[in-house]
Design a protein around this ligand. Sequence first.
Ligand SMILES: Nc1ncnc2c1ncn2[C@@H]1O[C@H](COP(=O)(O)OP(=O)(O)OP(=O)(O)O)[C@@H](O)[C@H]1O
Ligand SMILES: [Mg+2]
Length: 252
Amino acid sequence: MIVAITNQKGGVGKTTTAINLAAALAMKGLHTLLVDLDPQANSSMSFVDVHALERSVYDALVDPAVAFEDVIVPADKTQSLAVAPANIALAKLEAKLLGELDGHFRLKDNLETVKDRYDYVVIDTPPTLGLITVNALVAASHVIIPIQSSYFALEGTDDLLETIDKVKARAHPALQILGAVITLYDKRTLLAQDIQNEIRKVFGNKIFKTVISKSVRLEESPAYRESIFTFAPRSSGAYEYYKLSEEVLSRV
Ligand SMILES: Nc1ncnc2c1ncn2[C@@H]1O[C@H](COP(=O)(O)OP(=O)(O)OP(=O)(O)O)[C@@H](O)[C@H]1O
Ligand SMILES: [Mg+2]
């Protein structure tokens, strides 16, 4: 399974979900590759020292002389997890691939060369619906959509679903939405229940049962280059992301 974690809204928990889902799968002994397609490189930084790296995904995507396997590095503190890191150069990708006939397929073609080595591939995407995110959707077998539990949570969802439909229609009919996960949930607010009901109206049974609560530990762990499972194994975040990984596995 290759799963893209996608939502063009910023700060909804894409990266937090990508890193901790990847870590949960790796913790089960499944060989997992985390591909970072966000020029901000937040998920790369959560597992490796990005300043020590010479190459990133960008190099493999634009330069046929750079093999995808040569940009992959092991995660520092998480066994069975490897990272294809991003860097700021990815911000140039869209301009670089403009007008290239295979522009939408670069990640798919690159992943093709390594995917047999991994049980699962998790792709973190930037908060846009541009060519980078389309590359992720074309390469993925499934999409997970993190939805922040907030009043404007569903704004922009139409555009996201339309983009997914376009990719299905023109490039990749088998692409499936695996589910939507409610993130940054705060049970103390009255609004939270209303919001959940609204989200349910749009996504119905695609909503994962597991809801990710607000947790300071989830915010802190990347700074220590750890997943929530080593940083705070007894926290609500560790429990919830573990439950989410079980649900993900049960749906594929
Ligand atoms: N469940 C949570 N509890 C507390 N803080 C969280 C939680 N999930 C995410 N955060 C924090 O909220 C911020 C945004 O989360 P994250 O980076 O995962 O979102 P994103 O969708 O990847 O953002 P971007 O669109 O910029 O890539 C980060 O500071 C992160 O640590
Ligand atoms: Mg992010």
